[in-house]
Design a protein around this ligand. Structure first.
Ligand SMILES: [Zn+2]
Length: 133
């Protein structure tokens, strides 16, 4: 894990314990991620971070609703399906995007919309993310 990622993880831990964001947190986020931090905070406060829970399989996954698209975010693997993420990923850089940042901050703050769905819906949603358009 890069130092940037570690610092971000410990910042999220502090946010989780405190339960809210301070202006100091916001400054740190800007230092880590620049403009991406601003976009991430916007996504958090517009409640664009959604956690889907499927039954009966008990599968959960995260979707972040951007301006024009929805993105599948896999925080455990530090992965997102957006162009910004994939571009740096394939360039061999440490990939990060506003959606991944937003997911982590939203989870730390508990600012999440949880959506329960049946497994049938899971299949159609996954199709949307993996099919070539
Ligand atoms: Zn993304």
């Amino acid at each position: 894990m890069s130092k940037e990622l570690k610092d971000f993880a410990s910042l999220c831990e502090k946010i989780r314990e405190r339960g809210f964001l301070t202006s100091n947190d916001k400054e740190n986020l800007q230092k880590f991620f620049g403009e991406r931090a601003e976009r991430a905070l916007e996504l958090v406060f517009l409640n664009r971070v959604k956690k889907y829970k499927f039954m009966p399989s008990n599968i959960t996954f995260w979707v972040v609703v951007g301006k024009t698209n929805e993105y599948l975010v896999i925080p455990e693997s530090n992965f997102c399906t957006c162009d910004d993420f994939l571009f740096s990923f394939f360039k061999g850089e440490q990939p990060f995007c506003s959606h991944l940042i937003a997911q982590r901050i939203a989870e730390a703050l508990g600012e999440i919309e949880e959506i329960a769905e049946s497994d049938d819906y899971y299949t159609s949603l996954i199709d949307e993310f993996v099919s070539i358009k």
